[in-house]
Design a protein around this ligand. Sequence first.
Ligand SMILES: [Zn+2]
Length: 289
Amino acid sequence: MTDPTTPPCIICVAITGSLPRKSDNPAVPVTVAEQVESTQEAFEAGASIVHAHVRNADETPSSDPEKFAALKEGLEKHCPGMIIQFSTGGRSGAGRTRGGMLPLKPDMASLSVGSNNFPTRVYENPPDLVDWLAAEMLTHGVKPEIEAFDLSHILKAKEMSEKGQLAGTPYVQFVMGVKNAMPADRDVFDYYIHTVHRLFGQDAPWCAAGIGANQVVLNEWAIAAGGHARTGLEDNVRLDRDTLAPSNAALVRRVVEICDEYERPVATWQEARQILGLQMPATHAEITV
Ligand SMILES: [Zn+2]
């Protein structure tokens, strides 16, 4: 059982990503309509953040702000209150087009603050692009989620915070299990938590994502340790080695079950917004106190 002062667990669902195709799992939502439907089901299952990329009709990754705008409109209509987080990392090498959707003012956006290897290439995040993306997020009131693929990325977030490049307490996500980057190593995971607490305070929220079979491992580690959890078809298309996940919602339900095991309540979208210091959406402002 977790400490009674532990906050409810925020579940983030990464619905699409830039890699998995329908040939990997037909449940991967690709069109905006599919993405809205898949997110609504995941929202109803307990997710309070949706992390989204957009795709072209041929399933290749896109940065098109018009697609992001259509997705945002659909999500606001069908998942009212849910925290919308757009990816600025999905098209490594694409330069500033990666942040072309930030003027749409999603609640959050992912922000990678350093480079590292991915399975078959370098994940490029040059310093001038990182600075520009952070500045755009400040301008448009978008809260970054710092993607920590390495320990140095957490320390970089501290430096950026001290320089005024990030608003509020940085929200760090540990990403583990990407081939050729940081594996799902328990000692490193514990040191990441220690580092977040040391740099940003004992109450600083953090979350974790595991790739492939590591998804459920990281879900359990994070829930047990008082962090927040990410799931979804972007990171993992299977329930186990032999079973494809039937939907994003099925993966969310698996996280809810782990929360139940550890007697950790699942955060509502209102609680998630409070924990992350996000404004309530305008349509709900009058009913929240
Ligand atoms: Zn992503």
